[in-house]
Design a protein around this ligand. Structure first.
Ligand code: FPP
Length: 240
């Protein structure tokens, strides 16, 4: 077979090759809806459907940990209709995906400050987390999450413990992500090139990948491209 006809090898073993944790800034739902003349909320509905597809695909190609940015501390500033639609989508996920989570051996952990969320959401979140705590693959869902606030709460916990002489390891072990390694790769869709307060401590040495594709349109092929770009990079972690 000529080189031009050669089909790329399917990716299956990401963790063995150093990609153990991928994180997504799922941007572009609003623009996706606008392009179709739809209300923004329907962009989030399409985004939530694609979140399920993409996280499953990441697992299929051997990435054991996935983190998604579902709702930032700034997102409360959006219209009441949009915030309600997002909260409804979280509620639906928490109830409808519980069995699937267990079948798929998925551990779900929520990152962020839950205090302002409704009691019913909080109960469902705790139920999902506690039922899945011993499952092997990891899905972190950041809801009411901000990276600076996360660092501040870590420092406050350390102060409450009476700690002084704080080290980097102390901060790391008091973040919402204390249970997992930092992301190897952070992918942002929607043609914006910034981190927007997402995992700012944890991404110090992460590879960053920006895609013009809007989140609801992101395909497994786009993930393959991001993963190929990751494997083509040399990670030096500050070494020469
Ligand atoms: C940013 O796009 C996206 C969000 C603020 C919400 C992301 C949420 C989802 C994809 C749903 C996740 C669902 C579950 C169950 C975890 P944007 O609205 O800022 O898009 P725009 O920049 O085009 O306006």
């Amino acid at each position: 077979m000529g080189i031009e006809n050669k089909v790329a090898e399917p990716i299956t073993d990401c963790a063995a090759r150093g990609l153990r944790h991928i994180a997504f800034i799922m941007d572009g739902n609003g623009r996706w809806a606008k392009q179709r003349g739809l209300p923004r909320e329907l962009g989030h509905t399409a985004g939530a459907a694609n979140f399920k597809k993409i996280t499953r695909y990441c697992s299929d190609i051997g990435i054991p940990a996935v983190t998604v940015y579902a709702f930032s501390t700034e997102n409360w500033k959006r219209s009441k209709t949009e915030v309600s639609a997002l909260m409804r989508l979280f509620g639906e996920y928490l109830t409808n995906e519980f069995d699937e989570m267990m079948v798929n051996d998925l551990r779900v952990v929520f990152l962020g400050d839950r205090a302002p969320l409704s009691n019913s959401l909080k109960v469902l979140m705790e139920r999902m987390e506690s039922a899945s705590v011993n499952n092997s693959r990891l899905l972190n869902i950041a809801i009411n999450y901000g990276g600076r606030a996360e660092i501040v709460q870590a420092v406050n916990k350390l102060i409450a413990e009476g700690r002084t002489d704080i080290t980097e390891e102390d901060i790391t072990s008091h973040l919402y992500t204390a249970h997992c390694p930092p992301p190897d790769l952070v992918v942002r869709t929607g043609a914006e090139m910034r981190l927007s307060n997402f995992l700012i401590w944890q991404s110090a040495y992460s590879e960053l990948y920006f895609s013009d594709v809007l989140w609801p349109d992101l395909t497994p092929g786009d993930i393959d491209a991001a993963v190929a770009a990751f494997f083509s990079r040399e990670r030096r972690f500050g070494n020469a």
